[in-house]
Design a protein around this ligand. Structure first.
Ligand code: AKB
Length: 317
């Protein structure tokens, strides 16, 4: 059982909810919210437990926090998402690979376990598109994909070579009503709900027929926590597991939202960068290894997620 946890990127799309979920599970004082300057925690995130500046590119700063709080598990939620990484490839490498390398070295020296999300972005045009297997071709052409494949390889290397307890899932598009994503290819599937609830027409950046895997945030948090708590003896894979909860294209999503908001309007205004990234990603993943090795079992399908998103956003907006 892990005792003291550090979240890198605690104010981001996943980190802000994961930090609170881990605090309610392990105790508020046990979970340190790491952040970069300019993205300080506010509100409940700031008030409910300790926080420290923790820039993934500053190894010494992170080593100090690990020492100070006797950290034994690190959740590495720092990343540039896929579309942003295409416009800032050098920074994407520095955060995604050099930053991960810093954490792996700290984990090796100071005996921490390490969770680092990977992504459906590790796959590319040569990968089978439907029911994409756990173990298959990984030749992405995006910088995001290159950093995520490198991260998977480095994490497996540190496990095999040094026994560092590294674990990871390949997240699909994540949908939440709490913190917005930024710069991802799957972000449209969040933005569409905000537009629909505000009564606005939505300009969809991806074409009809563009299928991708997606997941509601409560399931994404469970994936990280359950994998980190899983019995290591049962893990055949580590970095990284296919996980998914649903697969849809913009038309299917529009129709589901229209069941709740009948006058919802959507038009297509394609973004060529995002479209070419989406076209290179799978239509649907096979997540049977995650189900078999650590009991992955998502709770939300498209219908349940849409009902909850719309109810939550109606309360918030
Ligand atoms: C992105 O679109 O870049 C991310 C991802 C699927 O990794 N949401």
């Amino acid at each position: 059982m892990m005792k003291n946890v550090l979240i890198i990127g605690s104010t981001g799309q996943i980190g802000s909810e994961l930090t609170l979920a881990l605090r309610s599970r392990y105790g508020n004082s046990k979970v340190v919210a790491g952040y970069i300057r300019g993205a300080e925690p506010v509100g409940i995130l700031a008030e409910s437990g300790p926080s420290e500046p923790a820039d993934i590119t500053e190894a010494a700063q992170i080593a100090e926090i690990v020492k100070k709080y006797k950290i034994d598990a690190i959740y590495n939620m720092a990343a540039l998402l896929s579309a942003t990484a295409e416009s800032k490839p050098q920074l994407a490498w520095s955060i995604g690979v050099q930053g991960l390398f810093n954490l792996l070295e700290i984990a090796r020296e100071m005996n921490c376990s390490l969770f680092t999300p990977s992504s459906i972005g590790v796959f590319g045009d040569e990968t089978p598109k439907d029911k994409t297997p756990q173990d298959t071709v990984q030749r992405p052409k995006t910088m995001y994909g290159v950093t995520k494949v490198s991260g998977e390889l480095l994490s497996d290397y540190y496990f095999k070579r040094f026994g560092v307890d590294t674990r990871s899932v390949r997240y699909p598009g994540l949908i939440s009503h709490v913190a917005p994503p930024g710069g991802g290819t799957t972000d449209y599937a969040v933005e569409i709900y905000y537009a629909a609830v505000k009564g606005k027409r939505f300009e969809c950046p991806l074409a009809a027929g563009t299928f991708m895997d997606m997941m509601y945030m409560p399931d994404a948090l469970d994936a990280a926590i359950n994998l980190m708590e899983a019995d290591p003896a049962k893990l055949i894979h580590r970095n990284s597991f296919n996980v998914t909860a649903m697969s849809f294209d913009p038309e299917i999503l529009r129709k589901e939202i229209s069941k709740h908001i009948p006058d919802f309007q959507m038009e297509y205004k394609l973004d060529s960068v995002r479209q070419s990234i989406a076209d290179s990603w799978p239509n649907s993943l096979d997540d049977s290894c995650a189900r078999a090795e650590w009991g992955w079992n998502p709770k939300y399908d498209l219908q349940a997620m849409t009902a909850d998103m719309i109810a939550e956003l109606r309360g918030k907006l």
